[in-house]
Design a protein around this ligand. Structure first.
Ligand code: UGA
Length: 481
């Protein structure tokens, strides 16, 4: 990674940037901005977390993050703090990257965003641009603005900086809000920060537009400037659309099995159509993670709240939820009976490149298989510590393993649930010899069926193992005259 300090635009050269929330979005964003040459204060009210970050531990696994954190703790351009008031007072551009969890009804829980708005309100000491980066429902920015004004009442007038009108007014606090949704993928967060497909800036003042576009111009990527509600909607629509692609291809995979077709060839065949594209058409056990499941539900809720029948997305969610049963059924079909069987599990993280297990389909599958009375030997290159918080090591019938080979030891089937590159490189013959029965059920279509079968495995995958049904003639089954 090169040091981009020299490309900072003059008008932002000494503006301090504050990032509120140092999680999967906030930390990569803060370090990315530090790498671009800015002085960044990263604040989180979890003092223990800040202490660890300050000592060089990014807390979660994300490729490249360790090095970038070390680099900018050293350069002094990244300053992690737990005093959120201080962080807001010090920053001119404030990125809100706090969590937006979910309520039982699917609605986004914006309590943390509101709390941040109140901290901002009591610390407005000059012009500030407040930027939402967390995924939030449309019109959240309007609430943000209203909350800041509401809680700023009675506070001292704006002390410094230019106001929107050019004239600081004691009656109205001087700030803009903007929406700059993030499209970072876990496991590729830094890559996505430095080379995003596009950057979306939802603004309602020329000043906010100028600040955000000059902040990102060194990246030389397309910048889409919209109003704020549109920017908020773009983020939700993007995640909902990608989830739709995944559920769509999973249904195609099920159909492929019935008619003896190969879903990977279908993906290739449709993906080469530039109107469709090949990405996010990998069939498998379904989507998981902190974003897609939650964002699809929040989008459904938003539509319902506004009287729009978006039942398409309800179906996307239903299709996704069925993947667990479909996969477990495959395992049962391969093994005939499940109780008492030993199964090796390769992969726990919700996808490769992360240690995140939130809403991981693999964990739902684990739960279902434990419920069927199987013994599980599980392995993941990164996600074991997080999984152990959900399934403690003392869990009955569960053994944590230090390698894929250890997980295969004595197993009657191996189940591949996360598409780690490391699994693709496994020595299949060694794996086979370790197992009691060499069956591989590949929930991600990671392997080439022929290679695995040649290595002596019985191989089951997603949407590729169907047998062509016999052609039935129109008069078949009818009595002949
Ligand atoms: C997703 C979006 O891709 C990011 O653009 C967005 O910024 C982020 O959510 C967010 O809202 O914060 P992420 O959750 O990190 O990123 O993961 P993805 O790579 O999108 O994968 C999501 C799930 O879909 C994973 O479980 C993955 O295994 C699954 N998936 C993905 C498939 O089953 N098939 C595919 O073809 C692609």
């Amino acid at each position: 990674m090169t040091d981009n300090a020299n490309v900072v635009k003059p008008d932002l050269a000494d503006a301090t940037i504050t990032v509120l929330g140092l999680g999967h979005i906030g930390l990569p964003t803060a370090l990315g901005l530090a790498e671009l040459g800015h002085h960044v204060i990263g604040a989180d009210d979890d003092a223990g977390k800040v202490e660890r970050i300050r000592s060089g531990d990014p807390i979660f696994y994300e490729p490249g993050l360790n090095d970038l954190l070390a680099k900018h703790l050293q350069s002094g351009r990244f300053q992690p703090v737990s005093k959120v008031d201080f962080a807001v007072q010090s920053g001119t551009i404030i990125f809100i990257c706090v969590g937006t969890p979910q309520k039982a009804n699917g609605q986004a829980d914006l309590a943390q965003v509101e709390a941040v708005a109140r901290v901002v309100a009591r610390n407005l000491n000059g012009y500030k641009l407040i930027v939402e980066k967390s995924t939030v429902p449309a019109i959240t920015a309007q609430w943000l603005k209203r909350t800041i004004v509401r809680y700023n009442l009675g506070k001292p007038p704006v002390a410094e900086g230019e106001s929107k009108s050019g004239q600081p007014s004691p009656a109205s606090p001087d700030f803009d809000v903007a929406s700059n949704p993030e499209f970072l993928r876990e496991g590729k967060a830094l890559e996505d920060f430095f080379r995003p497909d596009r950057i979306v800036c939802g603004v309602e003042s020329e000043r906010a537009r100028r600040i955000l576009t000059s902040l990102y111009s060194p990246l030389q990527r397309p910048i889409v400037v919209t109003d704020i509600s549109t920017a908020e909607l773009i983020k939700h629509a993007a995640n909902a659309f990608l989830s739709t692609k995944i559920s769509f291809i999973n249904m195609v995979a099920d159909l492929c099995e019935k008619v003896g077709a190969d879903v990977t060839a279908v993906t290739n065949g449709i993906g080469l159509d530039s109107r469709i594209g090949p990405q996010f058409l990998d069939a498998g056990i379904g989507y998981g993670g902190y974003c897609f499941p939650k964002d699809v539900r929040a989008f459904i809720y938003l539509a319902e709240e506004h009287g729009v029948d978006f039942s398409l997305l309800q179906e996307v969610e239903r299709v996704n939820q069925r993947r667990v049963d479909i996969f477990v059924r495959k395992v049962r079909q391969a093994l005939w009976t499940l109780p008492g069987k030993t199964l090796g599990i390769l992969g726990l993280a919700f996808k490769a490149g992360t240690d995140d297990i939130r809403e991981a389909v693999s964990l739902k599958i684990m739960q279902a298989l434990l419920g069927e009375g199987t013994h599980l030997r599980v392995y993941d290159p990164q996600a074991i510590p997080n999984t152990q918080r959900e399934f403690p090591p003392a869990t009955e019938n569960l053994t944590y393993c230090a390698s894929a080979y250890e997980a295969a030891q004595g197993a009657q089937a191996l189940l591949l649930l996360t598409e780690w590159e490391e699994f693709r490189q496994l020595d299949l013959l060694r794996l086979r010899d370790l197992m009691e029965v060499p069956i591989l059920v590949d929930g991600r279509n990671l392997f080439n069926p022929e290679t695995v079968r040649q290595a002596g495995f019985e191989y089951v995958s997603m949407g590729r193992d169907g047998v062509k049904p016999e052609v039935r003639h129109a008069n078949q089954g009818k009595a002949t005259p």
